[in-house]
Design a protein around this ligand. Structure first.
Ligand code: NAD
Ligand code: IPM
Ligand code: MN
Length: 368
């Protein structure tokens, strides 16, 4: 059988720094577990613009469509802020999501015991937290037409359009219900049906799919603003949250702080099944290119490493190996190994990105 194939797009800023640690783990799987991945690397984001004048070359897009899974670091940076909108680094990532049709973005927020004291919220609010935000990723206000900056009379007007079709809502709802059945069987859907027609349709379709196909799953609805409040007040009331593209972006950054740091949150962006039965997929940390710490060896590689663990689970049917990686992360955190973003006000000596990766490798070795 052919080796599983992976396209690595490390991107900009801390992207290549955190991805270097994932590459060590991929190599570890080859030498210690006999699992060899066919790895190809390419450019996305600002670095692709610097080389090709576009944040995603067509050849790279074609490679992404052909592999079993894509692993992405991060894109963007202040040096690209004034580029034309069409070639901004972020457009490369959005093109990947859209053309691969990765409509279901799983963003788990799990609070490791060792970090329960470190969250900005009280320990009892976050200890043991394990929720997943399912963010719709290929539609909504990110892609709706009309969009643009136009002139109206003697002033400019910026326009974006929130647009959702019934089938777009239905497929992400199914993805959330399926996930809930494998977890604690509870879905909370978030929109603003009180002020947006797209929110009214969202609520109706989620309810219909539930009643027809998933009556066994407990479903509730919440306005997204109240949901943000509840996420901070008592996040453990949730199991799976399903929401649209923009609300999911905001709610998942907020959820990151429940776990201690944005540097901890992985994600899986999944599409329709391919010929091998596994979903088309891209895995990436929730965080960005972190220009403020890029190039200093300070970045926390755990979000990217846990994203690779999600790839093992969802693209390569290696759930046990995914758990092995997650347990290794849990072990180093329990041992008190901390990158700078995980240091509290009391201080301490942080480890570097590479030292965190090495500690996780040592924990993997110890797991054999
Ligand atoms: P960011 O996520 O890059 O950084 C926010 C804060 O979190 C910064 O203080 C940063 O130092 C810290 N941080 C993020 N990841 C960290 C890690 N792994 N370890 C330690 N600290 C970490 O968000 P931003 O500053 O708003 O955006 C910077 C650039 O990244 C922008 O160009 C933005 O568009 C882009 N971005 C890209 C992605 C992506 O590629 N998926 C996601 C979000 C933002
Ligand atoms: C994310 C990011 C992206 C988004 C940007 C970089 C396009 O913030 O993945 O959360 O807004 O979706
Ligand atoms: Mn975001």
């Amino acid at each position: 059988m052919a080796n599983p194939s992976l396209l690595i797009l490390a991107g900009d800023g801390i992207g290549p720094e955190v991805m270097a640690e994932v590459k060590k783990i991929i190599a570890w799987f080859g030498t210690r577990r006999g699992v060899t991945f066919d790895v190809t690397e390419d450019l996305v984001g600002g670095c692709a613009y610097d080389k090709h004048g576009t944040p995603l070359h067509d050849d790279t897009m074609a490679k992404a469509q052909a592999v079993d899974a894509v692993l992405l670091g991060a894109v963007g940076g202040p040096q690209y802020d004034n580029l034309d909108f069409s070639v901004k680094p972020e457009r490369g990532l959005l093109r990947l999501r859209k053309e691969m049709d990765l409509y279901s973005n799983l963003r788990p927020a799990q609070c490791f015991d060792a970090l329960a004291d470190f969250s900005s919220l009280k320990k009892e609010v976050v200890a043991g937290l394990d929720i997943v935000i399912v963010r719709e990723l290929t539609s909504g206000v990110y892609f709706g037409e009309p969009r643009g900056i136009f002139t109206e009379g003697n002033e400019r007007v910026g326009i974006n359009t929130q647009r959702y079709t019934e089938s777009e809502i239905a497929r992400v709802a199914r993805s959330a219900f399926e996930l809930a059945r494998r977890r604690n069987n509870k879905v909370c859907s978030m929109e603003k049906a009180n002020v947006m027609e797209s929110g009214i349709l969202w609520r109706q379709v989620v309810q219909e799919i539930h009643d027809k196909e998933y009556p066994d799953v407990a479903l509730s609805h919440m306005y997204a603003d109240a949901g943000a409040m509840q996420l901070c007040r008592w996040p453990k009331q949730f199991d799976v949250i399903v929401t649209d593209n923009l609300f999911g972006d905001l709610l998942s950054d907020a959820a990151a702080m429940l776990t201690g740091s944005l540097g901890m949150l992985p994600s899986a962006s999944l599409g329709a099944p391919m010929a091998n039965g596994r979903p088309k997929a891209l895995y990436e940390p929730v965080h960005g290119s972190a220009p403020d710490i890029a190039g200093q060896g300070k970045a926390n590689p755990i979000a990217c490493i846990l994203s690779f663990a999600m790839a093992l689970r969802y693209s390569f049917d290696m759930g046990d190996e995914a758990t092995r990686v997650e347990k290794a992360v849990e072990k180093v955190l329990a041992d008190g190994v901390r990158t700078a973003d995980l240091m509290g006000p009391e201080g301490g000596t942080p480890v570097s990105t590479a030292q965190m990766g090495d500690a996780i490798l040592a924990a993997l070795d110890a797991s054999l």
